[in-house]
Design a binder for this molecule. Structure first.
Ligand code: PEP
Ligand code: MN
Length: 334
């Protein structure tokens, strides 16, 4: 961390600040120039409140040199992390497609979709049982019954399942869920992240729609700090001034997250665009940019879906998309 001091700072004030920083177990390198004084702070600066230092009268600016996330940081873990999901691997050169409905609606619906997406290339079944809806009057999910139906689909197809948790008290219901999804709206539910950190479950951590990549990585850090390193990052679009699409897919998040972190990066082109016909091109772009996986919403009858029908692919559209994704992967690998 570097602190640039104002030229008006007196020797006495500077010494006082240095003594305080040293009391925080930091080594301080003083560099006195003609117009300003710079303090280089070396050590564990993560315990320093940057705002507190910035707010001091004698400080002009403060800049962190090393990132505050350690466990998720590629600097301390140069190789890609590969996460095992019931024998399937994601990360490094291993790629997986998660597909299924936004919400589990009925036994026929989830079984039918599971079988068709499995046949056309999806390896993990998605399905929301607990739905974070903007309106309390909208369908809230089948809750525990939805998890039971996902488990039935897992039994019949052999596909691992991924489903969203909204409350840490629900963890017992997720015992047999293979990947626990933390939705965009919960990305900074720090108490829940801490609880998930105490499990060994793979966690799919979605980026909040107004969160920076550093904030996403700090949320991953919450889970990892508890001892759970099985975190998969998910870019699902962010809120911008654009209104033609539901969100704006931040494709640059893929190479940037891969640069900053060793964790696998998945893209959700469905929530990112909100429009079914954009899912295929966005999925192809994500794969070309280096995503380790995709999460795609598929519904047997999108027009009657209880949630997110407009962005859901039919099984046929999913099959075509999966085929295109295979081609892009081959082209990128060549
Ligand atoms: C979902 O995956 O159905 C979902 C609600 O996603 P997000 O949290 O990204 O909005
Ligand atoms: Mn959805």
């Amino acid at each position: 961390m570097i602190a640039v001091l104002k030229s008006s700072a007196t020797k006495e004030q500077i010494e006082k600040l240095i003594a305080w920083l040293k009391s925080k177990k930091l080594a301080v390198h003083l560099s006195e120039g003609e117009f300003c004084t710079i303090l280089g702070l070396v050590g564990d600066t993560s315990q320093i409140d940057i705002g507190l230092v910035e707010g001091l009268d004698i400080v002009a600016s403060v800049k962190r040199i090393s990132e505050p996330f350690k466990r998720a940081n590629r600097k301390f873990h140069p190789d890609d992390s590969v996460i095992d999901i019931c024998g399937l691997k994601i990360g490094g050169s291993d790629f997986q497609i998660m597909a299924g409905p936004c919400s589990v609606e009925s036994k026929e619906q989830i079984l039918g979709i599971a079988k068709s997406v499995h046949a056309s290339g999806a390896s993990i079944l998605r399905g929301g049982a607990f739905k974070p809806r903007t309106s309390p009057y909208d369908f809230q999910g089948l809750r525990a019954d939805g998890i039971e139906l996902l488990l039935e689909a897992k039994k019949q197809t052999g596909m691992p399942i991924v489903s969203e948790i909204m409350n840490a008290n629900h963890l017992p219901m997720f015992e047999q869920v293979d990947i626990i999804q933390v939705g965009a709206r919960s990305m900074q539910n720090f108490e829940m992240l801490k609880e998930l950190g105490m499990t060994k479950k793979p966690i799919l951590l979605k980026r909040g729609f107004s969160n920076t990549l550093q904030e996403l990585l700090m949320s991953a850090e919450y889970i990892m700090a508890g001892g759970n390193n099985n975190v998969i990052l998910c870019e699902r679009g962010i809120r911008t001034f654009e209104t033609c699409t539901r969100n704006t897919l931040d494709i640059s998040a893929v190479p940037m997250l891969r640069e900053l972190s060793h964790l696998p990066v998945v893209v959700d082109p469905s929530h990112a665009s909100g429009i079914a016909r954009l899912v295929k091109p966005m999925a192809m772009a994500a794969v070309a940019a280096g995503a380790h996986g995709l999460m795609i919403e598929v519904h047997n009858d999108p027009q009657s879906a209880l949630c997110d029908g407009a962005q859901s692919l039919t099984p046929e559209q999913f099959s075509e998309t999966a085929e295109r994704i295979r081609k892009v992967r081959e082209a990128v690998a060549a």
